[in-house]
Design a protein around this ligand. Structure first.
Ligand SMILES: Cc1cc2nc3c(=O)[nH]c(=O)nc-3n(C[C@H](O)[C@H](O)[C@H](O)COP(=O)(O)OP(=O)(O)OC[C@H]3O[C@@H](n4cnc5c(N)ncnc54)[C@H](O)[C@@H]3O)c2cc1C
Length: 396
């Protein structure tokens, strides 16, 4: 393959993963990030075995292993009674079943691993304060104009510009994302600040009526991550500001003591209004395609948005290699093998939100069903997701 320039709009996890894959395949890559630095917000994310499979594919296993944390169990408890609803001994089960571990990672650390790997590739250009304002394409390539007037030209453009993707608007044109009515408050604190009786080495999800709290250690156990989610129609747009602790305490007023105590430890929360979109079949147009949240934004209930973005990057790379420089053909192939899988995650994530937030008879039924299954039944039910993809054979 001759070296061609690929332009990437967005330097988040998806954009950097794509840059790394394409540079290693011999392309010149220009990554445009609108922020004044390549950085991520401080919060934890869970990483399924399917993404660890991709880390191996990208040669990043060692670097990820250095900063990840591997929980013993995934544990779901009822927030009102404290009873254990389901428990998966994930430390043993994930590797034994899917060949790869289940881990959690600080987003900052995952982003830094990708950024460091990109920095070792001379063919990757990283631009900050580089907001892509518009693009045009013709038979030979794509021209991008930044907000400050700079212009770039390449053989193709990848929109990895997230939930509010402007590249998506030019291709799919489906307007603003769907506001789910679910709000997330996130906080990270030094693990040393968590009292012993509140600390758990597991990923623990406390499910309640229209609320849940997740907590787990991060970065080899040095940090502690909390995510509290509740339903609210007070917020209409997806933005990222500080949360109101009083509102949170109201929402968790009927939670068991340890949960209320843990929430009380945090003074400053960052808030997300959670949005997704309906799955679409087509997110490419000629030499332009989408990747990650720009292509298939999802609610976080399956903990897979970043995992899907990384899978996208690996599959996109394989599709390009196979299409031998034909970007338009490669983008069609890439989306053909991705849209049903990512669409399934988008839709299943909504369902999991309902399960976590169940009330009344639904809640009783949920607890009964989960408690009567084997420890790993729920995890095995996600085989289609966690076994992941082989970027080469999925295209065959
Ligand atoms: C509460 C919560 C919990 C989550 N938990 C998990 C989890 O446990 N596991 C998991 O896998 N995922 C999780 N996710 C999802 C995950 O964070 C996202 O799916 C992932 O970050 C998407 O990466 P991305 O690169 O596609 O988009 P983004 O991270 O949104 O990156 C897009 C980038 O593009 C830039 N950009 C936007 N427009 C322009 C422009 N015009 N020009 C230049 N740059 C631009 C932005 O500044 C940004 O840096 C969670 C999300 C939330 C909200």
């Amino acid at each position: 393959m001759t070296q061609q320039t690929v332009l990437i709009c967005g330097g988040g996890i998806g954009g950097l993963a794509a840059a790394l894959v394409l540079a290693r395949q011999g392309h010149r890559v220009e990554v445009f990030e609108q922020s004044d630095a390549f950085k991520e917000v401080g919060a934890g994310i869970q990483i399924g075995p399917n993404a660890f499979r991709m880390f191996e594919h990208l040669g990043l296993t060692g670097a990820i292993d250095h900063v990840a944390y591997y929980p013993r169990n995934l544990c779901m408890r009822d927030v009102r009674t404290g009873e254990i609803v389901a428990q998966v001994p994930v430390a043993g089960v994930a590797k034994a079943t899917y060949g790869y571990p289940y881990g959690v990672i600080y987003r900052v650390d995952l982003h830094a691993v990708l950024l460091d790997a990109c920095a070792t590739q001379p063919a990757v250009g990283l631009y900050t304060k580089a907001k892509v304002e518009r693009f045009t394409q013709d038979g030979d390539g794509v021209a991008v104009t930044l907000a400050d007037g700079r212009r770039f030209r390449g053989a193709a453009l990848i929109g990895a510009d997230g939930l509010w993707s402007s590249v998506r608007q030019a291709i799919v044109g489906d307007g603003a994302p769907r506001v789910s009515g679910h709000i997330a408050y996130r906080a990270v604190l030094p693990a040393s600040e968590v009292p012993k009786h509140l600390f758990s080495p597991d990923v623990v999800l406390w499910g309640g009526e229209k609320t849940h709290l997740v907590h787990y250690p991060l970065r080899r156990g040095e940090l502690y991550n909390l995510v509290a989610v509740f339903h609210s129609n007070r917020y209409e747009e997806g933005w990222n500001v500080f949360g109101d602790p009083h509102e949170l305490h109201e929402r968790f007023a009927d939670a068991v003591g340890p949960v209320r105590e843990l929430l009380g430890k945090i003074q400053t929360w960052k808030m997300w209004v959670l949005c997704d979109r309906e799955p679409v079949r087509n997110w490419s147009q000629g030499r332009v395609t989408l990747l990650g949240d720009a292509a298939h934004p999802m609610l976080q209930y399956l903990a897979q948005g970043a995992c899907m973005a990384i899978e996208d990057a690996a599959v996109l790379g394989a599709a390009l290699r196979r299409a031998d420089d034909d970007f338009a053909a490669a983008f069609q192939e890439y989306q053909r093998v991705r849209y049903l899988r990512t669409g399934r995650v988008q839709l299943t994530a909504r369902l999991y939100g309902d399960i976590y937030h169940a009330s009344g008879v639904t809640r009783e039924l949920r607890n009964r069903m989960f408690q009567s299954g084997t420890e790993s039944a729920g995890f095995a039910g996600l085989k289609w997701l966690y076994e992941g993809v082989d970027p080469e054979s999925v295209l065959a």
